[in-house]
Design a protein around this ligand. Structure first.
Ligand code: AHR
Length: 328
């Protein structure tokens, strides 16, 4: 852990472009390297799994940022969305004595013990993407998205689109207990309060295309063409639902309006094709920011506890304009 960091201050330059809400990292240059006099920085990254297009883009961004060329020795673990397996992976990083641990926590709860163990071992923990309910004294920093704001933005679109028209909605929730599922539900509910939108049903589709399809098939069997609106907590579940809606002889985007979150390539294509009506972005390209945080924390540079990356949102027309220039 007593490594002299050569590439400190990487975070500030990257953050200046996309992050709002916080400042306070020190550092001098835009050097993105993380190497030290003693060799590469060893980092254990505990990823959630590989549930979605968003997750693939996030994993790629992390692996690129924590590359050997950038001065890192990365141990990658994807826990297949099993919270116990993810905690076991973090424990194994602690036993290995890595220099730093990065976690994309599958669920918010249950982190106190293992985070305390990392602290006791003197290993700093950086969270990326999702948050935890543990005290923020147990981790050095977090970088990610404002999931509640994403839910509010999706809900505001629904409120503006349906206004006072009685509207039956079904919801495909993300992984139960995860920060994005909790916060996107809360934000959306706040935004549609006082409208004539009624929730017929709301179930988890685990952020996957397969489960989105299966759960939507169940909704269609139960409520048929009474469904006016689908709110999907991510694009992959919306895409699975689109298959189910088409198989039921209905037209997605027309018979059933769809609003989802992520803005990954396939989702944006479905938006351009008129099968989804509105998408709120969730930017997965967090690798450079997370690597900058690791470098700065190990260098002893002051960092804030939370860095929010800004999201956009897209109508069908806006999606058509930007789809070719999207990075994920
Ligand atoms: O935590 C971010 C969410 O996780 C994304 O919206 C979803 O697609 C992913 O799997």
């Amino acid at each position: 852990m007593n490594k002299k960091i050569l590439g400190g201050g990487a975070l500030l330059a990257a953050l200046a472009l996309v992050v709002t809400g916080c400042a306070g990292t020190s550092g001098d240059s835009g050097d993105s390297g993380g190497g030290t006099d003693d060799g590469p920085i060893s980092v254990g990254f505990a990823q959630t799994g590989s549930e979605s297009g968003w997750r693939s883009a996030n994993t790629e961004s992390m692996k690129t940022a924590f590359s050997e060329e950038n001065g890192f020795d990365l141990t990658f673990n994807a826990a297949d969305n099993d919270p116990a397996a993810q905690i076991a992976a973090v424990r194994s990083f602690i036993n290995q004595g890595v220099d730093a641990i990065v976690i994309a926590p599958i669920v918010e709860d249950g982190w106190d013990d293992v985070l305390q163990e990392a602290a006791d071992a003197g290993i700093p923990v950086i969270l990326e993407d999702r948050t935890v309910t543990s005290s923020d004294e147990l981790f050095a920093s977090w970088v990610g998205l404002d999931f509640k704001k994403e839910g509010v933005t999706a809900g505001e679109w629904a409120a503006e689109t349906f206004g006072d028209t009685p509207t039956n909605m079904v919801v495909l929730e993300g992984t139960t207990g995860s920060a994005p599922a909790n916060d996107r539900a809360e934000g959306f509910a706040e935004a549609i309060e006082g409208t004539a939108i009624t929730t017929l049903d709301s179930q988890t589709g685990n952020f996957t295309r397969a489960d989105g399809k299966t759960v939507m098939e169940g909704f269609l069997q139960k409520y048929g063409s009474d469904i006016d609106l689908l709110y999907a907590h991510n694009d992959d579940m919306a895409l699975g639902a689109i298959d189910a809606i088409e198989a039921a002889g209905l037209v997605p985007g027309v018979d059933i309006k769809i609003v989802s979150i992520d803005a990954v390539k396939d989702g944006m294509q479905a938006l351009v094709d008129g099968k989804i009506n509105y998408i709120v972005e969730c930017n997965p390209l967090l690798g450079e920011l997370a690597a900058g945080l690791v470098t700065d924390v190990l260098a002893g540079t002051d960092v804030d506890k939370a860095y929010y990356v800004e999201d956009q949102s897209f109508t069908q027309e806006q999606a058509a304009e930007v789809i070719d220039s999207r990075l994920y």
